[in-house]
Every structure is written in structure tokens, then in C-alpha cells.
Design a protein around this ligand. Structure first.
Ligand code: SAM
Length: 291
């Protein structure tokens, strides 16, 4: 069982202390605890913060803050979707808050969106406290499966154009989503030309996890690349994405662009930033690609 979120609130401040970022903590001033309960899978805390709006915390780890969530949701969704010329069928694994669904739903050519989330408690909390994210569930193309994403893929050899894994960190129920067998299952479930985009942790903290995983899946996928985005409330202010393809050489260049109306609605993603997201600092480039 992970950390109890309420225990991390001391003197009115939530301190995000976790085993994956030893010796450092992100702190937010709490104005009100909105909810705190234990689901079948994890500890769920929702609080109102002074600086970042409503915040969702799972097992003591910040998942979403209203102020900066768009950076993560837009980049994890639009990099693979705009790198694909014609995505029709999309799978989201995890993503219980609904924010990734909201972004996928902006693509009018997408015909079917399946979400597989292990914990209905996250969906319920998000619909109640984070309606600007949970509105992703309102799209009629969305269907939801409540189950383990790894099991879903093992049991459903369906075919998708894009698979997005919006998972929590590799501690607790999400550990399985950072293992090679899960990537092998995703590969089998991709159509030719398909793209996988997964939450790829942080280059400042987790290169020892990122590199072996990318090396291992290179044996299966046609291309494996790393991109990143910035956002204040994730550990060290950054989070990365692993982009892996079946029968495609790269995801670095968008095949399509948002039309004027959609671009006006987006707060982070632009076609220029799509390409820039793959340009890595030297230490990270060297560690991941050896060059
Ligand atoms: N954006 C956040 C981040 O990177 O920190 C993560 C978002 S949070 C919505 C991740 C979701 O993955 C949670 O709702 C959690 O319940 C779900 N999850 C964890 N393990 C899972 C699994 N094995 N199968 C499906 N969903 C899972």
C-alpha cells in the first residue's frame, strides 16, 4: 500500500515525499481537503491548493493540478496523434482523471476511444472535483473498461492506431505498465503504422529506469524515442514520454497540424513544440541514445 495522502499534510502544507525522488519534496499550501478515501487499489486525496487549484493525489503522489495539467495531457495525447496521419481507433490505459480523453476527443477523425482504468475511484473523484478534465468522458466515442491495463491487452488482441499509457509511477498498481511484457502486448495490439506513447518518468531522476526499458523495447518496435514536457507540479518540474512505433521511422515530425480553432483552444502544444520536445539535453541524449 502506498502513502496516506493526509499524513503528508503538515502545518497546512502538502509535502510530496516519495521513494522515487529521495531527498526532495514538492510542497503546496492546502486551503481545503475536499476528499480522502481508500479505494480498492490506492489512497485517494483531493485538495484545494492556494496556488494550483484542485489537486488529485494517489498514494501520496500528485497526479494532476488544475493549473498545469494541460501541459501533460496535451503533449502525451497530441504528440502521437499528430504524428499519425489518420488515427481512427485510440486506446488510453490509466488516465482515470479524463484529461487525456479530453485531448484525444479534439481529433474529429478518431472514431473510437477506449479507456482502460484499473480504479473506478479515480474516475468518480475526478467527475466530482475535476470537471474540466472529466468532461473527456462526455464524448460519445468513449467507452470505459474498469480493469488492469496489462490484463486488458492480454485478453483483447484488438487493434489500435494509437495507444496512450497515462499511468501513475511504477510503484503499486502501475508497476506492471513499466515492464517489457506490457510493451510487447501493446505492440501486438497496434495496427501497422501505429504509435504507442507512454508516461516516461523524469530525465533528472529516472534515467536508470528509462534507458533499460527503451533498450529492451527497441528489439520489438520499429522506432523508440524520448520526448519531454515541463510542468511545475511533477517531480523536478519535468516529465517524459516514450514514443514507440510499429512500421514507422519516427514520431518527431507531425504528419498533421491542429486547425486554427483547435490551436486557439490548446494551451501548450504547437507543431513547433512537438519537434522541440524530442531535443534532449546532452546528458540525457548521451544516456538514452549513447551519442
Ligand atoms: N498524469 C499522471 C502522472 O503522470 O503522474 C498520471 C495520471 S493518473 C490518472 C494515472 C492512472 O493510472 C490512475 O488513475 C491509476 O488508477 C491508473 N492505473 C495505475 N495502474 C494501472 C493499471 N495497471 N491499469 C490501468 N490503469 C492503471
Amino acid at each position: 500500500m502506498g502513502l496516506n495522502g493526509k499524513d503528508l499534510i503538515v502545518d497546512g502544507w502538502f509535502h510530496e515525499r516519495g521513494v522515487l525522488w529521495p531527498g526532495q519534496a514538492m510542497s503546496l499550501k492546502v486551503t481545503k481537503v475536499l476528499d480522502h478515501f481508500q479505494s480498492d487499489f490506492q489512497d485517494i486525496l483531493v485538495f484545494e491548493s492556494e496556488s494550483h487549484g484542485t489537486v488529485l493525489v494517489l498514494d501520496g503522489v500528485i497526479q494532476v493540478s488544475e493549473r498545469d495539467e494541460f501541459s501533460y495531457q496535451e503533449m502525451i495525447a497530441h504528440i502521437p496523434l499528430f504524428a499519425h496521419p489518420n488515427p481512427k481507433k485510440v486506446l488510453v490505459i490509466g488516465g482515470g482523471d479524463g484529461g487525456v480523453l479530453r485531448e484525444v476527443a479534439r481529433h474529429v477523425g478518431v472514431e473510437e476511444i477506449v479507456e482502460c482504468e484499473i480504479d473506478e475511484g479515480v474516475i468518480i473523484a475526478s467527475k466530482k472535483y475535476l470537471p474540466t478534465l472529466a468532461k473527456g468522458y462526455d464524448d460519445p466515442r468513449v467507452t470505459v473498461q474498469i480493469m488492469d491495463g496489462a490484463k486488458f491487452l492480454a485478453d483483447n488482441q484488438d487493434s489500435f492506431d494509437v495507444i496512450i499509457t497515462d499511468s501513475s509511477d511504477p510503484v503499486g498498481p502501475a508497476s506492471v505498465l513499466f515492464e517489457t511484457p506490457f510493451y510487447n502486448s501493446m505492440y501486438k495490439s497496434l495496427r501497422e503504422g501505429g504509435i504507442v506513447c507512454t508516461q516516461g518518468e523524469c530525465m533528472w531522476l529516472h534515467l536508470d529506469l528509462i534507458k533499460p526499458l527503451m533498450d529492451s523495447i527497441r528489439q520489438t518496435y520499429s522506432s523508440v524515442e524520448y520526448a519531454y514536457t515541463t510542468l511545475p507540479t511533477y517531480p523536478s518540474g519535468q516529465i517524459g514520454f516514450i514514443l514507440a512505433t510499429k512500421g514507422r521511422t519516427t514520431c518527431k515530425v507531425p504528419e498533421r497540424k491542429p486547425d486554427e480553432t483547435i490551436q486557439q483552444e490548446l494551451k501548450y502544444y504547437t507543431p513547433q513544440l512537438h519537434q522541440a520536445a524530442f531535443v534532449l539535453p546532452a546528458f540525457c541524449q548521451r544516456a538514452i541514445y549513447g551519442t
